[in-house]
Design a protein around this ligand. Structure first.
Ligand SMILES: CC(=O)SCCNC(=O)CCNC(=O)[C@H](O)C(C)(C)COP(=O)(O)OP(=O)(O)OC[C@H]1O[C@@H](n2cnc3c(N)ncnc32)[C@H](O)[C@@H]1OP(=O)(O)O
Length: 438
């Protein structure tokens, strides 16, 4: 792997360093704080105050984020941003990805990618991401993941869309009626309880939900209203908890009222985490019962949503903006395949191409539908399916059909029926959905 600390050219230096929150080492803290300001600049957000920087870096340190900054060598023109302000940023942290049937795969999460407008399209992103993916593979990881600001950036680096989400607006007026009966109870709580409870509930979701990525520290802070977009506490956040029939906590929803000047009167979901089907439906019953409210909105709803089937009138849901959510990048094809449990028995020869030469090759995948799959290298064997590594990432969690990718001309089917067999093999036990943005 390229050494991220080496001087890459006479023009730029790359520095990689851990996020630190302690101010004892003022140089290290200052470097991290300046890096956070550069990220805000890259995403057109406001300049951050000391409180925001302290809270953010504390959360980053908890997540063990590794920060990368690209710096201009030498002096910069008078009055411009100083040479200590990175012209490009990039961060990683390692978290578990649920890859179906309860299996977890430690993955390299990529985030906070920015390149200052005056330095763009000179290969800075390419340099940062190729070095990082190589390094993650050298460390033994088989998977990288990100959520993308634009759909056109990451396919060239071997990332494929693996899960989707959508925004919904639910009419909670008189026609909001749900089938069935509650199977537990819902109670309103002070949102601060979520500082402790949110990670506990999410831990169950992480175990049970294909496509789920373990959450970063920031989530419990947002769900509890401890931190809003501006870094200050968000006092408009409210929350409700769900208890199962034995009284055990198994879900929560946090939400905020959009205000009396916003018509129709709307409750916006901040975070909705349900570890059981009953918790999900009962919390929706609760959201649909809040007086004086016309609509409930949720920007991170699943595409394949049980709510639609639990409503007497599914048209209460107005869905918009179905969009890509989790992008995966396979770093080691046999390791990623062997980590999975396959849903049925079958044998496929897969030829995988990879322009970054990390995960390309030909392998035989044999599954008896049980716990272990056998993956053996088969160089030169004629393949049943050939695909780019990005397409293998897309089908990996079962949320994208290989049949669709074959129809799109992305996967090439050399043996009739092989795409359908792949669809059955890669299926998971429930629709993959990721509730974690990063
Ligand atoms: C995981 C995340 O954090 S997602 C957030 C991504 N960041 C943003 O959207 C913030 C605003 N944008 C930026 O900061 C920059 O434009 C970046 C990071 C997207 C790209 O950085 P650059 O250093 O300009 O990219 P770089 O020069 O390495 O380009 C590499 C390749 O990607 C292409 N590319 C880069 N950005 C884009 C884009 N937005 N759309 C399409 N293609 C792009 C380049 O044309 C180049 O293609 P090539 O290698 O085939 O010639």
């Amino acid at each position: 792997m390229a050494d991220p600390n080496e001087t890459t050219s006479r023009k730029y230096s790359i520095q990689r360093f851990p996020a630190v929150a302690g101010k004892d080492d003022s140089d290290a803290y200052g470097r991290c704080a300046t890096w956070v300001q550069a990220v805000s600049h890259g995403f057109h957000q406001q300049r951050r105050d000391d409180e925001y920087l302290a809270k953010t870096l504390a959360a980053y340190q908890t997540d063990k984020r590794e920060l990368t900054g690209v710096y201009v060598n030498g002096t910069v023109p008078e009055h411009s941003l100083g040479a200590n302000v990175p012209v490009a940023t990039y961060a990683t942290m390692r978290k578990a990805l649920n890859i179906g049937f309860g299996r977890q795969l430690e993955s390299n999460l990529v985030t906070a990618v920015t390149v200052r407008g005056t330095h763009r399209r000179q290969g800075i992103l390419r340099g940062m991401i190729t070095a990082d993916l190589e390094g993650a593979k050298d460390d033994g990881l088989a998977m990288a993941a990100l959520t993308a600001s634009e759909g056109s950036i990451y396919g060239r680096f071997g990332f494929g869309v693996a899960t989707f989400e959508r925004s919904i607006k639910v009419d909670t007026g008189p026609r909001f009626r749900m089938k069935g009966q509650p199977e537990g109870t819902v109670e309103v709580a002070d949102p601060s309880v979520l500082l402790e409870l949110a990670p506990r509930v999410f831990e169950r979701v992480q175990r049970l939900s294909p496509g789920s990525v373990d959450r970063q520290e920031y989530y419990r802070l947002v769900a509890s209203g401890s931190i809003g977009h501006d870094g200050k506490p968000d006092t408009s956040v409210r929350c409700a908890l769900h208890y199962d029939l034995s009284g055990a906590l198994d879900g929560y929803v946090s939400y905020r009222f959009k205000g009396w000047d916003h018509k129709p009167y709307t409750m916006e979901i901040v975070d909705f985490v349900a570890a059981t089907n009953a918790a999900y439906l009962d919390l929706w019953r609760f959201m649909g019962s809040i007086d004086l409210i016309d609509d409930v909105t949720w920007a991170e709803a699943p595409v394949d949503d049980p709510l639609a089937w639990a409503l007497e009138d599914p048209r209460c849901i107005e869905a918009s903006e179905v969009r890509d959510m989790l992008w995966l990048r396979i770093l080691d094809t046999p390791a990623a395949l062997q980590a999975r449990r396959f849903a049925s028995a079958g044998r496929l020869v897969l030829e995988v191409t990879d322009s970054l030469s990390l995960a390309g090759g030909t392998w035989v995948l044999e599954s008896d539908g049980g716990a272990a799959a056998v993956v053996t290298e088969a160089p030169g064997q004629s393949a049943d399916l050939t695909m780019d590594v990005a397409d293998l990432a897309s089908i990996y969690l079962g949320a994208v059909s290989p049949v669709t990718l074959a129809a799109a001309g992305r996967i090439r089917e050399k043996t009739a029926g092989a795409a359908f067999l792949a669809q059955q093999l890669f299926a998971v036990e429930r629709p993959a959905h990721c509730l974690t943005h990063f």
